[in-house]
Structure formats: C-alpha cells, structure tokens
Design a protein around this ligand. Structure first.
Ligand SMILES: Nc1ncnc2c1ncn2[C@@H]1O[C@H](COP(=O)(O)OP(=O)(O)OP(=O)(O)O)[C@@H](O)[C@H]1O
Ligand SMILES: [Mg+2]
Length: 251
C-alpha cells in the first residue's frame, strides 16, 4: 500500500499553491499544556516545538494518550495552551477575542475528526455549504463551491444524502470536503481514518495525499496508521510531551 501511495506523490500541478515561499503556517515553541483535575495536574505537552511550512503534509504519531488530540486542539484554537509561543498563519490566538477566533477558525483552518461531526439533519451538500454561509458567501456561490468539492471527493451522486444514509468512508469524505470549503491555510485531521476499515481508510489516505500533492494543501494529521504516516513529508512522534522528528525509513 505504501508504494502504491508513493507513486502518486510527485504527480500533479493543478492549481498548486505557491510553495516557493518558505513561510511557516505553524510556529510553536515551548508549548505546554497542563490539565488540572481533582486528582492533581497532568502535564501533557512539556515544551513542544513544531514548525510546519505551507504545503507540507505532516503526520503525528504516538501512543494513545500521548497528547496528539490535545496538540491539534491547541493548534486549531479549540483549546488553550498553558504556556509557550504559538503562531498559526501569523496570528497568536491569545491576543484574539472569541468572535475573531471563531471567524479565524472558520476561514483559515479545516478540521477533520475521527468521527465526522457532520450535522445529521442536513444533507452532504448543506453540510459542506455551512462554513461558506457562515463566512458570508451567498447561497449560489456556496452551493457551487460545495458541489465542486463533493464531486472532487467522488460524491456527486450523494449530494442530497444525509450523513445517516452515507457509509463511514463517504461521511469522512464529506467531512474532508467541508474542511476544505473555505480554502483554509491548514487542515488539522485527528485520526481521520481511525473509524474505517483498512480498504476504506487507504482510499481516504490516497485522497488526502492527492489533495496535498495537487492543491498544495497543508495537512497536519494525527494517525495510528504507520503506512499512511510514512507517506507524509514529515513525521513527528509525540513522546513524553514533545514532538520528535522521525526518520520515515524507521517507521
Ligand atoms: N480535558 C481534559 N482534562 C483532563 N485530562 C485530559 C483532557 N483531555 C485529555 N486529557 C488527558 O491528556 C492525555 C492526552 O490525551 P489526548 O486525547 O491528547 O491523547 P491522544 O494522543 O490523542 O490519544 P489517542 O491516540 O487515544 O487519541 C490523556 O492522558 C488524557 O486523559
Ligand atoms: Mg486522540
């Protein structure tokens, strides 16, 4: 499977975002996260450094409980850091109010979770349109963009299906289309294939690799799947609260 995916890594140039600029989408240094509970304090991130450049596909591996989700939540502004420096697309969340943070998240960051988090009362098309409508785009433009994305995901015959009428793999494809709707600067994915069978997972992985390859979309993906991880440009292992760069050959 790894070789198969690799063969697609150097292919396309379609609409590719300019990656010549080596600007960092993510700059994190000395990132700490301490959870406080009745049992005391749990230091999950202990001074983590991470830089991600525009157009990179980065995978984050690590044991269950290592802090992968915690890190993605902090990078996406869904949770706050306890300490350390963090800039995402040049902004520091700690200087933003709730409204501007919500707007920034909707426009600049795409999220894909292990369980798709689609809205069950809305069909696939409406789910993908949602971030565009929130961003103030009109219905026509939102519909056009959302249908194009769903078509790219191979779901052109599923536009009117609600999530409950879609397979797990299809739901995740809708979730990826939704994450891409506002042309985000970075897509954060937390075990996007964790809930899928091997074949469906591998097909989703190929889609993500193609999106990175052909459109230059920056991805940071937490995964337990080493086959997928080794197809990334960079792999970091979260261990003892820090991110250690891995030699892809060692995976
Ligand atoms: N809100 C919270 N309050 C207290 N502890 C938390 C909270 N969220 C996470 N933790 C703890 O932080 C640690 C890291 O959790 P996290 O979900 O980031 O791990 P993970 O690497 O994503 O694991 P998995 O591979 O199982 O998804 C765990 O020990 C978890 O119990
Ligand atoms: Mg997790």
């Amino acid at each position: 499977m790894g070789e198969n995916m690799n063969s697609h890594r150097n292919g396309g140039t379609e609409n590719r975002i300019d990656t010549a600029r080596d600007d960092n989408v993510i700059r994190a240094s000395g990132l700490r996260k301490v959870f406080k509970s009745v049992d005391g304090q749990l230091e999950v991130l202990k001074g983590l450094d991470l830089n991600v450049k525009r157009g990179e596909m980065v995978s984050i591996v690590g044991e269950s409980g290592a802090g992968k989700s915690t890190l993605l939540h902090i990078l996406g502004g869904l949770d706050t850091r306890t300490d350390g420096e963090l800039e995402v697309c040049g902004v520091d969340y700690s200087e933003m109010n709730d409204d501007s943070l919500a707007g920034f998240r909707n426009n600049k960051i795409g999220f894909v979770f292990q369980f798709h988090h689609l809205l069950s009362d809305f069909n696939a098309l409406e789910n993908v349109m949602m971030p565009l409508l929130i961003a103030g785009k009109d219905q026509t433009e939102s519909r056009r963009k959302a249908s194009n994305l769903l078509e790219r995901m191979g779901l052109e015959t599923r536009l009117k299906h609600r999530p409950g009428k879609l397979s797990g793999g299809e739901q995740q494809r809708v979730a990826v289309a939704r994450a891409l709707a506002t042309d985000p600067q970075v897509v954060l994915a937390d075990e996007p294939s964790g809930n899928l069978d091997t074949k469906t997972a591998s097909s989703l992985h190929q889609t993500l690799l193609d999106l990175n390859d052909k459109l230059g979309i920056t991805f940071i993906i937490a995964t337990h799947n080493r086959d997928f991880a080794r197809n990334a440009d960079k792999v970091y292992e979260l261990t003892d609260g820090v991110a250690v760069a891995k030699d892809i050959g060692d995976l």
